[in-house]
Design a protein around this ligand. Structure first.
Ligand code: AMP
Length: 366
């Protein structure tokens, strides 16, 4: 696809959760149609023209989906390789396969980021299912130092599939906690704060970054993002430089989330997400164009826009029972509420978010 998508053409989205839903709404605002592919009934289907409900290994359903759309993007990273092979033969797939492959596996990701010259935590591979897993973990601990975090290589999110190791006694418990899956051991980074950059790259190679936000997690799940982050201008410029390096190295098209640790010795990349990101939800209320529209623009081959920020904001996730706060929040001045339409509020489930404007953006617009 060399030509930009025309109004009325269709964007296919793999994954029907809240990210897919917000992407679909942004696409509709630009006059596109949206087709969601998702294994079960999910929030995005409610706001899209078409939905295919089928598993990711149903190659016939995937082929019919790919034939019915003009470009495919995704909100879900763990799409099986065979499914992508089938889609890619029929329609442009953005962001590309490399971005997906790199971020599906924490070991591949850390290795890739290190090899393109970025600072990451010390890490080592641990085959946790091997007969001599304990010896392998001891060897890995010698490489990373302690404390350390053992993480499953794949399918971890919101702090799941992770175990901290504070001393040698904790090693076996960590191995038990991750249940024999292939793992990566990371040295513990003594960070001042966690920040993230939501960055985009267009078909013309242009890169545009939103203001870095400062993230606070609770129980492994993002709780708040405060914008701007309390970092100095040098760190901010370095964060943008890191995001630009990754986007260019991956020949990326779309929005990418980059999570960073600020330490006394500079910025360390924690992980990347090849999609719109929870820590970018603030852009709906704090910037002229939000991350969802920026992503749709990029994958549609439209020009990116300057991600001009007009307000200082704090985004708070509404998780599980937090939904009971909605009546109070819904009357609050300066609070933009976004609910995902999920029927059941289970503990740990992201039900919505609220972004509170805390003042006009001062010195850091754009
Ligand atoms: P992750 O799933 O890798 O984003 O990890 C979830 C959270 O665990 C991060 O947001 C950090 O708060 C913490 N964490 C992950 N890796 C490290 C590390 N190497 N050092 C210190 N804290 C970490």
């Amino acid at each position: 696809m060399d030509e930009p998508l025309q109004i009325g053409q269709t964007i296919g989205i793999l994954g029907g959760g809240q990210l897919g839903r917000m992407l679909a709404m942004a696409a509709a605002r630009l006059g596109f149609h949206v087709h969601i592919y998702e294994p079960s009934a999910a929030p995005a289907g409610e706001v899209a023209q078409s939905t295919t409900t089928a598993p990711y290994d149903d190659l016939d359903a995937l082929e019919a989906f790919a034939r019915s759309v003009d470009v495919v993007t995704y909100e879900f990273e763990n799409v099986p390789a065979e499914a992508l092979d089938r889609i890619e033969q029929l329609v442009p797939f953005r962001p590309n396969r490399t971005a997906l492959a790199v971020s599906q596996d924490r070991l591949t990701e850390k290795t890739y980021l290190r090899d393109i010259g970025l600072d990451v935590a010390p890490f080592a591979q641990v085959d946790a299912g091997a007969d001599d897993a304990s010896a392998r973990l001891a060897q890995a601990l010698a490489e990373t130092g302690m404390p350390a975090i053992l993480k499953t290589r794949r399918f971890g999110y919101d702090g799941k599939g992770q175990a901290r190791i504070m001393d040698t006694h904790g090693a076996q418990a960590a191995l038990d906690a991750i249940g024999g899956h292939d793992a990566i051991l990371e040295g513990f980074v003594d960070f001042r704060r966690e920040i993230s950059v939501i960055a985009a790259r267009g078909v013309d190679d242009r890169i545009a970054c939103f203001e870095p936000g400062e993230n606070v997690h609770k129980g492994g799940i993002l709780h708040t993002t405060t914008v701007p982050a309390a970092i100095d201008s040098e760190t901010r410029a370095r964060a943008f430089g890191i995001a630009g390096t990754i986007l260019a190295a991956l020949d990326y098209i779309g929005v990418l989330g980059v999570e960073l640790f600020e330490t006394d010795d500079g910025l360390i990349v924690n992980e990347i997400a090849p999609r719109v990101h929870n820590s970018g939800h603030w852009t709906e209320a704090g910037a002229v164009t939000d991350q969802f529209e920026q992503h749709i623009r990029a994958v549609a081959g439209w020009p990116l826009v300057d991600p001009v920020r007009h307000s200082d904001v704090v985004m708070t996730n509404l998780i599980g029972d937090d939904l009971t706060q909605v009546p109070a929040i819904s009357g609050e001045t300066g609070a933009r509420l976004h609910l995902y339409g999920k029927a059941e509020a289970r503990p740990g489930r992201k039900m919505g978010h609220v972004t509170r404007v805390t003042g006009p953006a001062k010195d850091r617009i754009g």
